[in-house]
Design a protein around this ligand. Structure first.
Ligand SMILES: [Zn+2]
Length: 493
């Protein structure tokens, strides 16, 4: 497919009953769950190719809707895979006060579903989940209470789910039904591209939207490099040309003193943006700028998602090949582990080779001693702290053996929830046995837990495993993820 063909697409003005809540309120309001479901019903009624699915059910029993778009239509993961097309997945509202992704995806769903012979749907299977944190979404409160400083809408939902947990810190422990549903979806559909849509209220700058890729050093490098070297440069340029919106890598200025660094966010795989990197998937975090108008945030998020879709369609063969090869590489690495092949457990932030020029403003210090922007634009050449490097890693093992004890049941269950293959094992094995030698428990709770760091001593022994024991081979597509999950993580290194 040529870019010209896609660009020639004409989108007609939508009929008034297919307008989103944001559009019909002149970009002052956002939709409740019931309004999202109603609009999807109306779009579906006008479309011959749109199908509906369900990502899962929330704590309070709300359905998390999926919009499934392809031409000819597909209804489920098996049909999507059988179509041979790349599967593109975008979701909004993981943090339910950050609503521009939800509204942008509803507009995109309408355009894709109701435009006759949409060229993107010939090349892609597109799956959209506009309202992931559906319970949080309906906890409406005033802007000043839920998203202080964000420019509209008037009211919006809350960040956490109904258990009070942050869904974007739950990708490893999977304590929420929503995160378990998301990970089940990732295993079942195994999308080629995932986009996670947020709004950020960090540093003041001139980008309408910032983005990031997985940055944990245990991420499988191929998809990350492809996203940074191929997808994002093209998409950034096209969005600017078509809309005038500037995009760049997510970051914040150093808080104190004159700007010297532009630093990305925390690199832990409990964030979806990093988790999907350990699974070997092209994953893009989108952060619309809180201080841009609500309308600009929605339109910029929409343009960004659309351009990534177009790029994916134009490069369908290369992306499919990369996806399959990445999975094969991990399997092969596990079949014949090499002493030089290591997987990172701990990391520290590191600078890019090149400085970055960040579009910002001249800053001044407020009466309360906080930096705030003036109206004067200024470009800052800064050290770009854009990735993480390993400070402690482990050689990829052949397999992990899990003894048959009552405490291990929960571990097995968790691995299966992640989509990791766990097999029964019994008999003797010569293996390294870990004995925990050190435990450090955090003073304060994080997401309801005191985080534990542990160190272990490894000894080579011959050991008998009773029936009911399990083995987890690293020769499987989620090999990197399972190593990260199963290794003890010492506090230093
Ligand atoms: Zn967010």
């Amino acid at each position: 497919m040529t870019a010209a063909l896609l660009l020639s697409l004409i989108i007609f003005a939508p009929p008034s009953d297919l307008l989103t809540v944001a559009e019909s309120s002149d970009f002052t309001l956002t939709s409740r769950h019931a309004q999202v479901m109603d609009l999807l019903d109306r779009i579906e009624a006008r479309s011959s190719i749109m199908r509906r699915g369900e990502l899962g059910t929330t704590v309070e029993g709300r359905s998390i809707p999926l919009v499934i778009l392809s031409d000819p239509p597909v209804e489920n993961a098996a049909q999507a895979r059988a179509s041979g097309k790349p599967i593109f997945f975008a979701f909004g509202n993981i943090h339910a006060g950050e609503v521009c992704g939800k509204e942008a995806l509803l507009m995109l769903a309408r355009e894709l579903a109701t435009t006759p012979n949409h060229p993107l749907l010939e090349k892609l299977v597109i799956v959209l989940a506009p309202i992931y944190n559906a319970d949080g979404n309906d906890e409406f409160g005033l802007n000043e209470e839920h998203r202080r400083g964000q420019r509209g809408p008037v009211e919006m939902g809350l960040r956490p789910n109904a258990q009070g947990l942050d869904l974007n810190r739950d990708y490893i422990k999977l304590e929420t039904p929503e995160a378990r549903a998301m990970v089940r979806f990732a295993t079942e559909w195994d999308p080629h591209v995932i986009m996670d849509l947020h709004t950020t209220n960090g540093s003041y700058h001139r980008y309408t939207l910032t983005y990031e890729t997985p940055r944990h050093p245990a991420a499988i490098p191929g998809p990350v490099e492809y996203t940074r070297n191929e997808i994002l440069p093209v998409v950034t340029k096209r969005v600017l040309e078509k809309t005038g919106y500037h995009l760049f890598y997510y970051g914040n200025f150093n808080w104190r003193g004159p700007p010297e660094t532009w630093a990305t966010y925390e690199g832990k795989p409990r964030f979806g943006g990093h988790y999907h990197g350990l699974r070997g998937t092209i994953a893009i975090l989108s952060e619309a700028y809180s201080y841009a108008s609500y309308r600009d945030r929605i339109l910029c998020t929409k343009a960004f998602v659309e351009e990534v879709m177009i790029f994916t369609a134009e490069n369908a063969d290369a992306i499919r090949k990369l996806h399959d090869e990445t999975r094969m590489q991990v399997i092969e690495a596990g079949e014949n582990p090499q002493p030089t092949d290591t997987i990172a457990l701990r990391h520290r932030i590191a600078a890019a080779n090149q400085p970055a020029t960040i579009l910002g403003y001249e800053m001044e210090i407020s009466e309360r001693g906080r930096p705030r922007p003036t109206a004067i634009e200024r470009d800052y050449p800064l050290v770009h702290l854009d990735h993480y490097e390993s400070t402690l890693s482990v050689t990829r093992p052949y397999a992990y053996l899990i003894p048959h004890t009552p405490e291990m049941k929960a571990i097995i269950e968790k691995l299966i929830q992640h989509g990791i293959t766990v097999e029964p094992f019994e008999g003797e094995a010569l293996c390294e046995v870990y004995t925990i030698t050190y435990v450090e428990r955090a003073e304060r709770r994080f997401q309801g837990h005191k985080i534990v760091l542990a160190d272990a001593e490894a000894n080579m022994v011959k050991k008998s495993y009773l029936p009911g024991s399990h083995i987890v081979y690293t020769a499987q597509p989620l090999g990197n993820l399972l190593v990260y999950l199963l290794e003890p993580c010492p506090p230093t290194g």
